[in-house]
Every structure is written in C-alpha cells, then in structure tokens.
Design a protein around this ligand. Structure first.
Ligand code: PRP
Length: 209
C-alpha cells in the first residue's frame, strides 16, 4: 500500500500559503518551490506527495481518493456537499458568501428575484429558507457583470475585500455565511492512514493556533 500522504493543494496564492504552513509543520517538499509547471512533487524521506489542483476541484480529488487529504474552501464544500471528512478550519482564505447588488436595491416580493451565481445550491438553499422565489442564472465567473448589464437583479458570490463590488458600483447587501479554507480527508484513506493523517492534522493545528 502507498504509505505516502497524498495532498491536494489549491493552485494559487492560498495554496502557497497553505504549503508554507505544512512546511513549518514538518512536511517540506523543496522541489515544490522550484519555478516550473509541474503539478506533482514528492519528498519520500518525509512521506509526502503534493499535487497542485484547481481550487474548485480539490474536493473531487479527495472524495474519489486520488488524494488522501486536501485543502478546499468552505464555499465549495457547501455548494457540492462532497462525501469527505472536514478535519480542520485552517483560518485562512477568509471571505464571506454574500448577496450583492446595486447599493439602493430593494427587493419587491411581487416578482421573482433573478440571482446570478457560481453557487446555485447555496443560493437556492438560502432563498428557500427565506421562502423567496428566485430564478437562478448560473455563471462561471465575472458574476458582477450580471446586475450591471441587467441580466440579474442581484448576485450570490464570494466577497473578500469588497473591492470588486465597489469598483463595479455594487455593494454587499446580505451576508449568507463566513467562508474559510478547510483541511479535508478522503473517508477510506482517513481510516487506512489514520496515524499519519491524524499526526499531520495535529502538527498543522499546532502551527496555526
Ligand atoms: C472572486 C469573487 C469576486 C472576487 C471578490 O472572484 O467571485 O469576483 O473574487 O474579491 P474581492 O472582494 O476581494 O474584490 P475570482 O477572483 O475567484 O474570479 P471569478 O471572476 O472567476 O469568479
């Protein structure tokens, strides 16, 4: 059996910050810092193998066991409900899921609310809990354009600094839920490699606390 721990990191700035924490926790993999386009890196001495994965795909790799553990945003976990264990809140990549739109937007219950989003399940659940009928317009990016061009009334999206909204003449209207990065594990590998994964989890926790 493969005794290495296989770790899916979200490619990008958050992933690099997460790797720094893992390095401090004793799971260094120096080749990962080299400037190249490789996507897999390993340090056999320490028993770790890292993969750079598109952030929204990390949960898929972990759910299907292509990676034992990984780091995924709570937004993705809420949207796709993957069958994984959530081990640790890494207290990084913090932002919030919001309803946003023109600052002077007033909802009128007399008509269906048009909501543009990359997160249809989160949006549906939020408005269902408020018994508000909505029409979801699923987009894949640049969501802020939708209310500007009249494609939607509001958006449901991630707000970090609020700069994108502000620079496009929009404002956060309601906070749905705070978001942060989570350490997640494949359910079967969490059992098979319990000792290694639990140790890694404790070591990482000791660094972030
Ligand atoms: C996210 C989100 C907002 C932006 C918020 O987009 O969808 O557009 O970041 O950040 P801010 O509050 O700090 O301005 P992302 O960069 O993921 O690109 P996208 O357009 O592909 O969604």
């Amino acid at each position: 059996m493969d005794e290495m721990i296989n770790i899916a990191l979200p490619k990008g700035r958050l992933g690099e910050k997460v790797y720094d924490i893992f390095e401090q926790a004793g799971y260094a993999c120096p080749s990962l810092k080299e400037e190249n386009r490789r996507l897999t890196f390993e340090n056999p001495e320490l028993g770790v193998r890292y993969f750079w994965v598109k952030p929204s795909d990390v949960a898929i790799y972990v759910e299907r066991g292509a990676a034992d553990i990984g780091v995924a945003g709570k937004d993705i976990l809420l949207e796709y409900s993957p069958d994984i264990y959530e081990l640790l809140d890494l207290d990084m990549g913090k932002c919030r899921m919001c309803v946003a739109g023109p600052a002077d937007f007033r909802d009128s219950r007399s008509r269906t609310l048009r909501v543009a989003t990359k997160f249809p399940n989160i949006a549906r659940e939020y408005y269902q809990s408020r018994s508000r009928e909505i029409d979801i317009i699923k987009l894949n990016g640049s969501i802020e354009l939708a209310p500007i061009l009249g494609l939607s009334d509001v958006i449901v999206d991630i707000v970090e600094t609020g700069k994108t909204l502000q620079e496009n003449g929009l404002a956060p209207l309601e906070t749905i839920i705070p978001i942060s990065a989570r350490l997640i594990a494949n359910k079967a590998y969490f059992k098979f490699k319990n000792e290694q994964i639990s140790r890694l989890c404790r070591n990482v926790e000791a660094i972030i606390k």
